[in-house]
Design a protein around this ligand. Structure first.
Ligand code: NAD
Length: 342
């Protein structure tokens, strides 16, 4: 295991929407000596490598237990259904790993990956990037300091301005696993409490792929925490005003908001209020790019030298469990206790 921060030789698997962004950030990072890209589409990996001036290699070489490429760390940005097997493989090879969220599509796969990582003692981080956002970090500090008093209610929103490609929808795990998993992780982190019950509803509107995939385009979940705090969590694939990610935390002594910034995709219709002053956030990359940068930097400075990541497999399994409880609530039209998902 490495024990010093120095430039590393890293491989990145999956050169799609987010993989390309991570690759761009990694090639510019002073702690990345060499970057090797791999994808099931060898052509896509070769093209991205040519654009970024880095290496590319077949997936089999990246995942070869003999480590013929001399890799020191791994970034997984492949489709969600592949994460668990790749994490298990990373544990077998012994490569410190950053893996995109969600950890898996099913609880069995997620727990299998968690157990493999823990048994190998493999340093890892799962990509819930909001933990590196300044707004969420300040909200957490306000909750922890007691300045908001006793937190009683929350409201969280994650809404994309336009839906992903049709091919992505059936592979995404659905809106709760793919989209609201971010909210469930950050709510656990900001409040330091566990969600114990969810009650979800929604609608499949717009493109037919949502109904065909037993998915929602727009969804609302009522959540209850272990201390009785209640809240609502929304998601949409069709938020025309822009990319909307917000959190309201309301306590007995005060309230805090994340996301009501100069680019919030809301338009005030009140007299004398001209808000917001700037164009709305376009997408997750524009809104959260600094968080992805900080998150990769965290990976390079911590898991890469044997330290634990800020978001562990155990955290990611819990976020998935909550999202799967939402799926059950959707299917059975009833409130579902999170511990039913076992
Ligand atoms: N943290 C975030 O904000 C965020 C944002 C977007 C996507 N994601 C996550 O990142 C992952 C990828 O999403 P995306 O939107 O980039 O998807 P995408 O479909 O654009 O890209 C996935 C890439 O992985 C490749 N791939 C699939 N299986 C592979 C395998 N076994 N080995 C190597 N390459 C493989 C595909 O060919 C494709 O190029 C998903 O799990 C998604 O949930 C996270």
């Amino acid at each position: 295991m490495n024990d010093e921060v120095r430039p590393f030789r890293i491989a990145l698997l999956g050169v799609g929407r987010i993989g390309v962004m991570h690759a761009r950030l990694l090639v510019q990072h002073p702690l990345v000596k060499e970057l090797v890209l791999a994808d099931v589409s060898a052509e896509r990996a070769a093209q991205a490598a040519a654009e970024l001036g880095c290496e590319h290699a077949p997936i089999e070489q990246v995942l070869d237990a003999a480590n013929p490429l001399g890799l020191e760390g791994l970034v997984i940005a492949t489709s969600t259904s592949t994460h668990a097997d790749l994490l298990v493989r990373a544990a077998e090879i012994g490569l410190p790993t950053y893996c995109e969220k969600p950890i898996a599509m099913t609880l069995d796969d997620a727990v299998r990956a968690q157990r493999a990582l823990e048994a190998a003692g493999l340093p890892h981080h799962i990509g819930f990037h909001r933990r590196f956002d300044t707004g969420y970090t300040r909200a957490k500090a306000l909750v922890e300091s007691g300045e908001l008093g006793e937190v009683r209610r929350i409201h969280a929103v994650t809404a994309d301005p336009f839906p992903p490609a049709d091919e992505f929808v059936p592979t995404s795990g659905g809106i709760f696993v793919d989209c609201n998993a971010h909210d469930f992780d950050i709510l656990r982190w900001v409040l330091g409490r566990e969600i114990v019950e969810v009650y979800s509803t929604g609608a499949a509107r717009g493109r037919a792929i949502f109904a065909e995939s037993n998915d929602f385009s727009d969804a609302v979940t009522l959540v209850t925490f272990d201390d009785g705090t209640v809240g609502s969590v929304q998601a949409s694939r069709y938020n025309g005003q822009g990319y909307d990610v917000r959190l309201d935390v309301m306590g007995t002594d005060g309230a805090a908001n994340v996301g009501l910034d100069n680019k919030a995709p809301l338009r005030s219709v009140e007299d004398g209020v001209a808000y917001p002053p700037e164009d709305a956030w376009f997408d997750f990359i524009e809104r959260f790019r600094p968080c992805y940068e900080r998150e990769l930097d965290h990976f390079l400075r911590n898991p890469m030298i044997g330290q634990p990541g800020a978001c562990t497999a155990a955290d990611a399994v819990q976020a998935l469990r909550i999202a799967l409880a939402c799926n059950r609530s959707r299917d059975e039209h009833r409130p579902v206790r999170v511990d039913e998902i076992a």
